[in-house]
Design a protein. Structure first.
Length: 499
């Protein structure tokens, strides 16, 4: 059986805690790998290595850092198929989806390659007689990232490339459900020339997480995951004096107005709700149909959903793979089986799916629930699976009010041909990311990603300008220098006395 160990100080370090976690192939249900679960002492070893490396890395030149990152970007590009294969093997998503994940992670590496412009300071001269004021940004020290199972390569790359480009050193704690991609990312960084200890990977569970949150040498923590854990991360790390950005869960809505192109809206709803088996925080999980178009829209979504081919991620014909674990599959299925009792119409029920030759895999089909009420479990909870709820409202205002009443505010979308309605929507909706005829409005790398309300805990979004600001702190310097012409009598530095 394959074993995944830690990466500390530029080399593989075997797990010493005696605790191991199982990693399964979601397509077969078989345990293929065991991953080391770190003790507090092993987390301390990783932080210690990062702290030692910071002594040199934190004062290294920008050209040194960006030169390594350019080499790293080339290696990631050359190994993108290998990274994607690890994602498919442990997460289950289809290979094309895994490749897309790697590509989105590469965007942030490319942003980090251009960090020189992001770290430029400001200067104001002559604010008073011979007084200048400048502002600069400096690194924090050792920072940590705690990342989820659904994007085992992309989300880590949303964090550590920017952090190390800013001069920090990094300790990554990836999900123990699909850990292999993180180790490969670290190995490729070392091959690119990243000094030992600048990027470390420790695997583990709550013990490792709590150790990072409490460690006195960790200056900041980045997190992406569910809202309850994000709230816990934020409260615990803040109580320990750390800077925190904790991105939580979502219940993303898509508002479809009567004038919308319903074919385009249906295409978008299917891809946004069921892509990556719905296991993404930017999935559209609730469609709000306005006016009389609801029946036609639901029918168009159903026609498209019924054609989606579900199978192992290694099969090029597969468009959707299995869920990450059997327990998660069963939890997702429970929302579908209980929907009718809570007033919903079950248009599609995917809970009985079985894939020939892969009977023990974590399979579930696509489910579509219509006439869902806002007090039902399927609507209130983040299901994190291929279940799409459709709600009905009579007017645009009713739809916006319904959406704004949600405790989540991650991403949202509107489908319409009316520019005035779209403009109102982007100003009135209470969410951090908005799409206009775009179903999954994940910003490009040079804009920041993050939600509002219970979808974000902390002041900074991830990557983009917010990411740079999170991984640095500002300093303002006020200076006054005497003019050489005012030097004491007897010292002549050769400056003309013409003032």
């Amino acid at each position: 059986m394959k074993t995944v160990n830690h990466w500390i100080g530029g080399k593989t370090v075997e797990g010493a805690s005696g605790n191991w976690g199982p990693v399964t192939d979601p397509a077969t249900g078989a345990v293929t790998t065991q991953v080391a679960l770190a003790s507090a002492e092993e987390v301390d070893a990783a932080v210690t290595a990062a702290k030692a490396a910071y002594g040199t890395w934190g004062t290294s030149s920008l050209s040194t850092r960006t030169g390594i990152l350019f080499s790293y970007r080339a290696l990631l590009d050359a190994h993108r198929d290998e990274i994607a294969a690890l994602i498919t093997a442990e997460h289950g998503k289809v290979h094309s989806d895994a490749l897309g994940e790697v590509a989105r992670g590469l965007e942030i590496v490319e942003l980090a390659c251009g960090i020189t412009t992001q770290l430029k300071g400001e200067l104001s001269t002559q604010v008073s007689h011979r007084v200048d004021v400048s502002s600069i940004r400096q690194s924090l020290g050792v920072v940590a990232g705690i990342t989820p199972f659904n994007f085992p390569a992309m989300v880590p790359m949303w964090m550590f490339p920017l952090a190390i480009a800013c001069g920090n050193t990094f300790v990554l704690k990836p999900s123990e459900k699909d850990p292999s991609a993180a180790n490969l990312l670290a190995e490729l960084a070392a091959e690119a020339g990243l000094p030992d200890g600048v990027l470390n990977v420790v695997h583990g569970d709550k013990v490792a997480v709590d150790s990072l949150l409490a460690h006195p040498d960790v200056a900041a923590v980045s997190f992406v995951g569910s809202t309850p854990i994000a709230r816990y991360i934020h409260a615990t790390a803040s109580a320990n004096g750390k800077r925190v950005q904790a991105l939580g869960g979502a219940k993303n809505h898509m508002l479809v107005l009567p004038d919308a192109d319903l074919d385009a809206a249906a295409d978008a709803a299917v891809s946004a709700a069921y892509g990556s088996a719905g296991e993404r925080c930017m999935a559209i999980s609730a469609v709000v149909a306005v006016g009389a178009i609801g029946d036609e829209l639901v029918q168009k979504i159903r026609e498209r959903a019924e054609k989606i081919k579900i199978g192992p991620g290694t099969d090029p014909a597969s468009e959707m793979g299995p869920l990450i674990t059997a327990a998660h599959r069963d939890k997702v299925a429970s929302y579908v089986t209980g929907a009718a009792a809570q007033g919903a119409e079950v248009v599609l029920d995917g809970t009985g799916l079985c894939v020939d030759g892969y009977e023990d895999g974590h399979w579930i089909g696509l489910s579509l629930l219509d006439h869902v009420s806002t007090d039902s479990d399927a609507y209130r909870d983040e299901i994190f699976g291929p279940v799409l709820c459709v709600l009905r409202t009579e007017t645009y205002d009713d739809g916006v009010a319904l959406m704004n009443a949600s405790p989540f505010g991650n991403g949202t979308a509107i489908f319409t041909r009316d520019g005035g309605a779209a403009r109102r929507f982007q100003l009135e909706i209470e969410a951090g990311m908005v799409g206009v005829n775009v179903p999954i409005p994940v910003p490009v790398g040079y804009h920041s990603f993050g939600g509002w309300k219970d979808s974000l805990f902390g002041d900074h979004h991830i990557y983009g300008n917010d990411g740079v600001h999170f991984y640095t702190r500002g300093k303002v310097v006020t200076t006054r220098w005497p003019d050489p012409a005012d030097a004491p009598s007897g010292v002549d530095l050769g400056f003309p006395r013409n003032h």
